[in-house]
Design a binder for this molecule. Structure first.
Ligand SMILES: [Zn+2]
Length: 75
């Protein structure tokens, strides 16, 4: 059966919040809040075979370096 692709992986870009404890999928270091630095992160919802599988976090720069594996992040 053909499935419609309403459940594709997608990504959003967000400010990094204080207390964030995610690990960047690309470089393996924490995606940490830094006061006054206004850093941003990319949060991707990853779907495998049309089913939600996991959330991945990236530093905004790392996501670009990884060639945006889950598409252009939306705001
Ligand atoms: Zn990173």
């Amino acid at each position: 059966m053909a499935k419609t692709l309403m459940t594709q992986s997608r990504s959003v870009i967000r400010p990094i919040e204080p207390g964030n404890s995610a690990i960047c999928t690309h470089c393996g270091t924490p995606v940490k809040f830094v006061a006054r630095a206004q850093l941003r992160q990319v949060i991707a919802n990853v779907y495998v075979d049309g089913t939600w599988n996991r959330v991945e976090h990236f530093h905004a720069d790392c996501y670009v370096e990884a060639n945006q594996p889950y598409g252009d992040p939306s705001d």
